[in-house]
Design a protein. Structure first.
Length: 915
């Protein structure tokens, strides 16, 4: 059993030793060392044999790769010396074998090279021969003739070669001598030869000592105590029909499979002629563990498992003994050959697995060393290996059944983080056998993915008047890398919004991505701003990406309507005069109000409150026009106090009030304009007037020259100036309401000479809403519309300037305007395409200033109770014009009735166009 265990261990150690050679292999190194040497004993210098300098060793990372469970050798990575690291017992590693060696690989990195190393283990004479059992008894008849032989047990010696048993000696005696025949460890025989006839009566027992001597230096020996019993006569010895038998048996043969039958004869009669067959145990091998022999018939059958991989042949000694007293025996030799069958599946061994593998590993990188082992012989032991499935790895044959698993394609951890590589090995037997092994290979991450945003542009909406420190939005970016490479930090890129640093408006939490407001937003000052957020990972080197964030401030109803001049809010009384003869629908006054908010928050409505019982006046809910409901009667008072309430449409609604006292006059002659009196005839011309005229002309010329120079300079910078400032604006909507957005506290008022009944307009809005239009003036002093009002009619091209363009010059109007009655005016299209209330007009004079596109007539008096067509929408627009101070109102022309078109300038030199 001990011998079988040693042989089994030897086999597994031999097949586990890796002889892997890579493409970079340049040599096979061979060394030898004696068994039982001390740990640390130097075996050889690998670096020297590989011609590698000591300086290069530090970067090549020389190390030993072994497939054995015990590493018997190690290498000094600094000197390249190979030394013993474990006790080496040759008898345990390679029992009963002549040659014993250990195979392993020496691996060098940068680049990777494998060198096969073989170390021969030389035997020392550390084991003495021994007999098992140490005593034996022989029964010999006294009738034995000189020259007859008795087979003796042979000695065992764990050492091999010259240190094994080489000689036998027999103690000095007068009856026996030795006959030693050599034929290998298990083929030698030692026989006791009778030299002198025995006489039982003189000596019934003879004691001998057999000494076995090995060939070591110094030699070791072992002894066997032999007791020879001299028996009474049994004249004839059995005889086999042939001294040598040969047979074969298939491995894995079933139990009780017959192999052959041996036969011996004895010429004696009776019990002396009856023969018993048995096996003779010799050395470590006991035939009875695998085979059985019928003691009566001599038939030999299979008893145990016959394995070709353990023993390819057996040398069996068979004994035939008669039943005489004393019995006589004879022995024969049986050579039994084992026939191999393909009963072993190829085995795949993986060593030096380099997992995980970086996802940027280049093609040809060695991942693991693979060995395929098949215990069968011949074609049954010839194997091949391959990888199944679409994986970026392949097997590269190094030497016989030794392979390198290498990278053969790109790796992407974000797509596949682990590969289960299946290696299938098959032999060439019939039928072929195969086995598979799955190698899990992890792919390690590198920083090859930048953070990504789900949207290229992010729109954020925040209410105005929000609290400082309020979270506006949370930015989130994804990074498909792992751990440190996927940790994202956020930052706001430096920038400006209306010359204000973005970092003073908002801040971002670098870890969470929360955007926090650093100030309370005011829609009337800042409607929108833009900045960029950068997401950066923590890899080396770090990767980043940007996203544009548009922040839109949502308007809240935080501004009350403001009453425009010439009327003032509640607290003072404004006065208007009407004639007693005024008809129903007579125009009394028009209240103008603005709201800096936008949308519904700036949608204004007008409500009138008058003393009970009067019921004389009404007000347009959207227009703010106060008109009479009926004719005056004698019972009506001469003075009517009115209270006008202006409300916006916000939630909650905000309002403003204005008080107007309407005074009824008996005749129109009593009605006077609040403006200065215009004399009917000129004063007589005087020297003082001449001086004043000359001074005025001089100042005017200087002013015009300065104005022209300033316009030329400003026009050169129009684009940049316009990008930095948005002109304030008021527009009327299709329902007659006014929208107002304020960017400055400067108000410009324009009204006609027709007292307080003219339309009053204030324009400080920052930019035009969707239903207004923005007008700019180019270097040729022409107005250019950049956004048109809603109108069913398309804009017609005006001269060479294109649609919506007319020269800035003095505009004249026909004297027939003064002759029109009180009828509802007709429409004339302005250069901007919006409806302008007017009576039928002739083409206006003045370098082609304003041209009538079409004239549409209406019946007199029609639509008096409805919203006046004049209130639809003229298209008030803020006009950027680069003119210097002083502030003032420039009346360009007058339309029929109470419609004026005016041009004024605020403190930022913004020209205001209104009616």
């Amino acid at each position: 059993m001990f011998a079988n265990s040693l042989r089994h261990a030897t086999f597994w150690i031999q097949i586990a030793a890796l002889l892997c050679l890579c493409s970079g292999c340049t040599a096979q190194l061979s060394f030898s060392v004696a068994e039982e040497v001390d740990k640390g004993t130097t075996v050889g210098n690998i670096a020297k044999d590989l011609h590698i300098g000591v300086d290069e060793l530090e970067t090549r990372d020389l190390r030993i790769v072994s497939g054995n469970s015990i590493t018997y050798f190690d290498v000094d990575s600094k000197t390249g010396l190979l030394f013993v690291s474990q006790r080496i017992d040759r008898e345990a590693l390679c029992p009963n074998t002549e040659k014993c060696s250990l195979n392993f690989e020496a691996m060098l990195s940068n680049p990777t090279h494998l060198h096969r190393v073989e170390v021969q283990i030389t035997d020392i004479n550390d084991n003495s021969p021994y007999f098992s059992p140490p005593e034996t008894t022989l029964n010999i008849f006294e009738s034995f003739s000189p020259g007859e032989k008795c087979l003796l047990p042979i000695a065992n010696d764990a050492d091999t070669g010259s240190n094994s048993v080489k000689n036998y000696k027999l103690s000095t005696n007068e009856y026996f001598s030795l006959d030693v025949q050599s034929g290998g460890q298990h083929s030698e025989s030692v026989e006791l030869v009778l030299q002198k006839s025995l006489d039982r009566e003189k000596n019934s027992a003879i004691r001998l000592i057999l000494i076995a001597i090995d060939g070591g230096k110094p030699a070791r020996s072992g002894s066997l105590m032999i007791t020879v019993n001299v028996l009474d006569v049994n004249d004839n010895t059995p005889v086999f029909d042939q001294p040598l038998y040969k047979a074969h048996v298939t491995e894995n043969a079933p139990f009780q499979t017959a192999i052959l039958t041996v036969r011996a004869t004895d010429i004696d009669e009776g019990v002396n002629g009856e023969i018993m067959y048995s096996f003779i145990e010799r050395g470590h091998f006991n035939p009875e563990t695998l085979f059985s022999i019928n003691p009566e018939t001599g038939e030999i059958n299979v008893k145990g498992k016959v394995d070709y991989e353990e023993n390819t042949a057996f040398d069996v000694r068979i004994q035939a003994r008669d039943k005489g007293t004393p019995s006589r025996s004879v022995h024969a030799k049986l050579l039994l050959e084992v026939i191999d069958v393909n009963d072993n599946i190829p085995e795949v061994l993986v060593t030096s697995l380099m997992s995980p593998v970086k996802e940027d590993a280049q093609e040809g990188t060695v991942v693991a060393l693979v060995t395929v082992i098949d215990k069968d012989g011949g074609k049954n032991g010839q194997t091949s290996a391959k990888i199944t499935g679409p994986v970026p790895f392949k097997l590269k044959l190094n030497y016989k059944n030794y392979y390198s698993l290498i990278v053969c394609g790109p790796l992407d951890r974000e797509r596949i983080s682990q590969y289960n590589v299946t290696i299938v090995a098959a032999d060439e037997g019939t039928p072929p056998l195969s086995s598979a092994i799955v190698i899990p290979i992890q792919v390690s991450d590198i920083n090859d993915n930048a953070p990504i945003f789900l949207e290229s542009v992010i729109n954020v909406y925040v209410k105005e008047n929000s609290a400082i420190g309020e979270i506006v939005f949370r930015i989130s970016a994804l990074d498909y890398d792992l751990e440190r490479n996927s940790k994202v930090t956020y930052s706001i890129l430096k920038g400006f919004s209306n010359s204000i640093p973005i970092t003073s408006i908002v801040n971002i939490n670098s870890d969470t991505g929360y955007i926090v407001a650093l100030q309370s937003f005011d829609y009337e000052k800042l409607k929108t701003f833009q900045f960029k957020v950068q997401a950066t990972d923590s890899g080396v080197p770090p990767l980043s990406s940007n996203v544009t964030v548009n922040v839109f401030v949502l308007d809240e109803n935080d501004n009350s309507p403001s009453i425009l001049a010439p009327y003032s809010e509640h607290g003072s009384v404004n006065s208007e005069n009407i004639p007693y003869s005024a008809e129903a629908g007579y125009f009394v006054a028009k209240i103008r109000a603005v709201d800096p908010d936008s949308g519904y928050n700036a949608l204004l409505s007008y409500h009138l409150s008058e003393p009970k019982g009067d019921n004389l006046f009404r007000i347009g809910t959207s227009s703010g026009e106060i008109r009479t409901k009926r004719r005056m009667s004698d019972n009506d008072l001469k003075s009517h106090p009115l209270l006008v309430l202006v409300c916006d449409n916000g939630e909650p609604s905000l309002s403003a009030t204005v008080s107007i006292e309407v005074v009824v006059l008996e005749s129109t002659a009593d009605m006077q304009t609040p403006f200065r009196h215009v004399p009917l005839k000129e004063d007589s011309f005087s020297d003082l007037n001449l001086y004043l005229l000359i001074a005025i002309v001089s100042v005017s010329v200087i002013f015009l020259l300065s104005l022209i120079s300033l316009v030329a300079v400003r026009c050169h910078r129009t684009d940049g100036s316009f990008s930095r400032y948005s002109a304030p604006m008021i527009t009327t909507h299709p329902d007659g309401s006014w929208s107002y957005s304020k960017a400055t506290q400067q108000y410009d008022v324009c009204f006609s000479s027709d007292t307080l009944k003219s339309d009053v307009v204030v324009f400080p809005a920052p930019f035009s809403p969707v239903d207004a239009e923005l007008i700019s003036i180019n270097g040729a002093d022409t107005f250019t519309r950049t956004q048109t009002l809603p109108n069913s009619e398309k804009v017609r091209a005006q001269g060479g300037g294109g649609a919506g363009t007319f020269p800035l010059c003095s505009l004249l109007h026909s004297q027939q305007q003064q002759q029109q009655g009180a009828s509802v005016p007709t429409e004339v299209s302005d250069p901007f395409g919006s409806a302008l209330p007017a009576d039928p007009l002739r083409q206006w004079v003045g370098a082609g200033a304003l041209r009538v596109n079409h004239i549409k007539s209406t019946e007199r008096g029609k639509g008096v109770g409805e919203r006046d067509e004049r209130e639809r929408l003229f298209g008030h627009a803020a006009i950027r014009h680069l003119l210097p101070k002083p502030m003032g109102v420039l009346k360009l022309f007058m339309l029929p009735r109470d419609i004026d078109i005016c041009l004024s300038f605020d403190d930022r030199s913004n020209a205001i166009f209104h009616y």
